[in-house]
Every structure is written in C-alpha cells, then in structure tokens.
Design a protein around this ligand. Structure first.
Ligand SMILES: CC(=O)N[C@H](C=O)[C@@H](O)[C@H](O)[C@H](O)COP(=O)(O)O
Length: 229
C-alpha cells in the first residue's frame, strides 16, 4: 500500500526549488519564498536540496518535502551516502531522494543496505533517483518506496533527450509496482502532460519554474541576444 505522504503527491506537480553553488538565489530564505510561491501555484510537494533549505522549507511550507543533499565531486552526488541520507531525514524531509543508480556509492554500502539502515534509523520514505530502467528495477528490489527519472541522461546509460526521458518513464511505470515519478528536463506544460500520460505517478519540475538564469537564457537565445554584443 502506498503511504499517506506519497498519496498526497499522486497525480500532482512537485516543484524542485534549488539554486547552484555561487548563484545569487542560493539562500534558504530565497528558496523558501520560492517554495511558498509554488504552493500558491498549485504544487502538491516540494523538492529541495541542502540541510538549511530543507529545515527552512519544512518550517514554513506544509507540503510533503522530498529532500536531498548534493555533495562531493564524484559521479554519485545526490545524497551519496547513508550519513547524508540520515541528515536529510533529520532535517525534516518526509521523503529522502538519493542516488538510486547501480553505481558504487562513496561509502561502499549497497543501495539495499543504505535503504534498510536509513529506514531503521529514521522511518523516512525513500525516493531512488534513477538513470535507466535497469536502475529502476534494481531500486525497487533494493526496497525503495518510489523512483524518479531524475538521472536519465546524466549517467552513461541514457542519452540526454531534449525533454523528459519518456521511454524510461513509460517502461518503468509499466513494470514497477512502486510509484514512478517523472523528473528531468520537463520544460513545458505539454511535456508535463506527456509524462502523466506515460504513467507518471507525479511530475517533478525544477528549472522551468525555479531557475531564472536558465529561463532567461532560453528567451535571450530566442531573440538572438545570447551571444557577444
Ligand atoms: C541531474 C540533477 O542533478 N538533478 C537535480 C536533482 O535534484 C536537479 O538539479 C534538477 O533541477 C531536478 O532534478 C529537476 O529537474 P529539472 O531542473 O530538469 O526540471
């Protein structure tokens, strides 16, 4: 049976509120305000990065939060170890998103061991961010509560498609018994609808809603103002 927290996300839009190191909006207060604005637009959940942002958003936004901690300069950087995952749960995230690929984790634990110990220590729900159908199948076997297509196009297994990886999404939604979230390069409302139609349990959008630098770049390019002036 799907948990109450996941049920609250079913069929809805989750907004990922993140800024990258060195960027002007990288501040917990700013990202909390963005999350509050997303609530007004109809988001059913928030995805957030970093312990300070997670704490701040948890205190002010009454929606389920998918938390993660990006760390390290290795291939596995989304909540890469058990220690990171426990910290994300303790910061207040109802769901911990972690690297759910079949790659070696920096602490040497398997995904199954990570999920088992995280659950024992915190009781939190686990979202495995996957890069392929095989990752998704393995993550379900490892005990994840849900998967997201977050890493499709960011590992060696899949090409970086222009929009979301609908192929992996549809295949995973057809094969897994746990919820499959659509995430990654969903840049337009029609793409979000396509994800829903491909079987997404819920749709996660970040950049196209919360990353003005990228959005500005799209428009600048459209008017030919992105080059040297
Ligand atoms: C690959 C990776 O690091 N993905 C991250 C995971 O949290 C974020 O940088 C993305 O913004 C998020 O997944 C939402 O995707 P998009 O911004 O494309 O709507």
């Amino acid at each position: 049976m799907t948990s109450t927290v996941l049920e609250a996300l079913r069929g809805g839009l989750v907004v990922s509120c993140q800024a990258y190191p060195g960027e002007p909006m990288r501040h917990p207060e700013t990202l909390t305000q963005i999350a509050e604005a997303a609530v007004r637009g109809g988001a059913v959940g928030i995805r957030a990065q970093g312990l300070d942002d997670i704490r701040s958003i948890h205190a002010r936004v009454a929606l389920p939060q998918i938390g993660l901690w990006k760390d390290g300069d290795g291939e596995v950087f989304i909540t890469p170890t058990l220690v990171h995952a426990v910290a994300v749960a303790r910061a207040g995230a109802e769901v911990v998103a972690l690297d759910g690929t079949r790659r070696t984790r920096p602490d040497g634990l398997s995904l199954a061991e990570t999920i088992r110990r995280l659950r024992e220590e915190t009781g939190v729900l686990v979202m495995a961010d996957v890069g392929s159908l095989d990752d998704a199948l393995a993550a379900e076997d490892a005990g994840a509560d849900c998967v997201s297509t977050t890493l499709c196009g960011y590992t060696a297994e899949r090409p970086k498609t222009d929009g979301p990886d609908l192929e992996v999404l549809a295949a995973a939604a057809g094969r897994l018994t746990i919820p499959v979230f659509a995430e990654g390069r969903i840049h337009t409302p029609p793409q979000a609808t396509a994800c829903r139609d491909a079987g997404a349990f819920a749709v996660v959008v970040g950049t196209a809603i919360t990353h003005p630098t990228t959005i500005t770049g799209w428009f600048a390019a459209a008017v030919g103002a992105d080059g040297e002036r």
